[in-house]
Ligand binder design. Sequence first.
Ligand code: GDP
Length: 197
Amino acid sequence: MKNVIENKCFFLSSVTSIRNLPDESLKEICFWGRSNVGKSSLLNSITNHNIARISKTPGRTTALNFFEIEKKIRLVDLPGYGYAKRSKVEIYKWNSLILDYLESRKNLLFVFLLIDSRHGIKKNDSEAINLLQTLNNNFFIVLTKIDKINKNDLNNCYSNASKTIKKENRYNQKIFLTSSKKNEGIKELTKTILEVV
Ligand code: GDP
């Protein structure tokens, strides 16, 4: 079943204006988090495609990048936040694009919000979590790069994350632990995606 994602995932479009979003005929799952959190690596691991190359092409780092799996579901790569080397105008523009998308997208099933396990939940991660909770978006927390920290630190990070989110539905109850480098936790993420494909 995993092959559906691995074999049939293709780049659909790169969108910088809410007017140009693809139609809402397919359900979408999106990936979000601080820049450098490991989002591209995770998407690559899940799809076994070099999504990072597309998502990091200049001009596409500040766009919503849509990938489609066999006309069944779309994976959406949102621009990372906390990227210092950008002007306020640029940051404002892409924040409003993300906000518009999260607020209005009817076919958005849920968000994977990635948090770097080494750093835990930073101020802008909290803001992202608050936004998702305010907008009533379903989301899962995904801790990344777990190969880089020891078990104790990981436990602390896990329990902090767990305390931060409101456990109102099944999404918030699960926190994924992942390492793209060691291929850990990828199967669980894939399984969650396949459940809705
Ligand atoms: P993005 O900016 O969120 O798309 O992050 P990238 O996927 O480009 O990763 C940023 C950096 O973290 C790169 O140097 C990756 O090689 C590294 N990285 C990503 N995932 C992992 C992981 O699971 N373990 C380790 N050790 N490094 C990772």
